[in-house]
Design a binder for this molecule. Structure first.
Ligand code: URA
Length: 249
């Protein structure tokens, strides 16, 4: 459900403020009824007319981007930095990123114009798995792996159990490459988990989100999600069964 004035603005009828004026003036009907109440909630299936003309509601679109480094997870930037929305060159719809990856983080990022979908993906109860390949300066020991698998105390509370695999390690070069799957989405979580062990992150790449992976997409490339993929993500976010056994203990 969305506020009527927001839907009118998104359909390009007028700015949000002008749309509020139209509503107050009684020029807007929803399913044949004049609505003057501000903040009235409408669903995608409601028929909305302005001055008797149906509005064109923006089709919902969903994209998977392989985010390059040095791009901002935002729709725009007042400092002129390139954003992830700028990466979707051929897309006219007003999309925004689902959550965020840091400026230096690469990898799988979803973008959409569907606020309800985005909220569902980002809701703390969704527990969607997100997998990162992370290269750190330092040696991550078996003991540290076990700690992350149980949860470690960060400044905003204990992390949920993570799945952690050491992919490569060189004591001589003081380097470790890990694959970490987390089931929550706190700000800068993986970097803060590494800081906990005094390990500096050299690169961070998200390789999976829910059941999606990057496939053949190169950095900066993107593709449309298929409807079954969108549906499956929504089901996963809803489905308590997708919460791994270890989180339910
Ligand atoms: N964790 C981080 O620390 N940064 C990201 O961009 C994503 C997850």
């Amino acid at each position: 459900m969305q506020r009527l004035q927001k839907v009118l603005a998104a359909a390009g009828v007028a700015s949000r403020r002008k749309a509020e004026e139209y509503i107050a003036e009684g020029r807007v009907t929803v399913n044949g009824e004049v609505i003057t109440q501000m903040g009235y909630q409408v669903s995608p299936h409601d028929e909305i007319l302005v001055d008797g003309e149906p509005i064109k509601r923006e089709e919902k679109v969903y994209f998977l981007l392989n985010k390059p480094k040095h791009t901002l997870s935002a729709a725009s930037d007042d400092r002129g930095r390139k954003t992830v929305v700028d990466c979707l060159e051929d897309v006219d719809a007003r999309v925004f990123p689902v959550g965020r990856l840091d400026y230096d983080t690469t990898g799988l990022l979803l973008l959409t114009n569907d606020g309800e979908f985005a909220n569902k993906m980002m809701h703390p109860s969704s527990h969607l798995p997100k997998t990162y390949e992370v290269t750190v300066e330092g040696v991550i020991t078996e003991k540290m792996v076990k700690m992350m698998e149980r949860g470690i105390m960060l400044d905003d509370g204990k992390t949920l159990p993570a799945e952690v695999f050491v992919l490569q390690q060189s004591v001589k070069k003081n380097r470790t490459v890990l694959e970490i799957t987390i089931f929550e989405g706190r700000n800068r979580q993986v970097r803060r988990m590494m800081e906990y062990f005094h390990c500096e992150v050299k690169s961070l790449n998200r390789i999976c989100y829910g059941f999606l992976d990057l496939g053949n997409l190169q950095r900066g490339q993107y593709r449309k999600l298929r409807m079954y993929e969108v549906r499956k993500l929504m089901e996963m976010a809803d489905d308590q069964a997708s919460v791994p056994e270890m989180l339910r203990r």
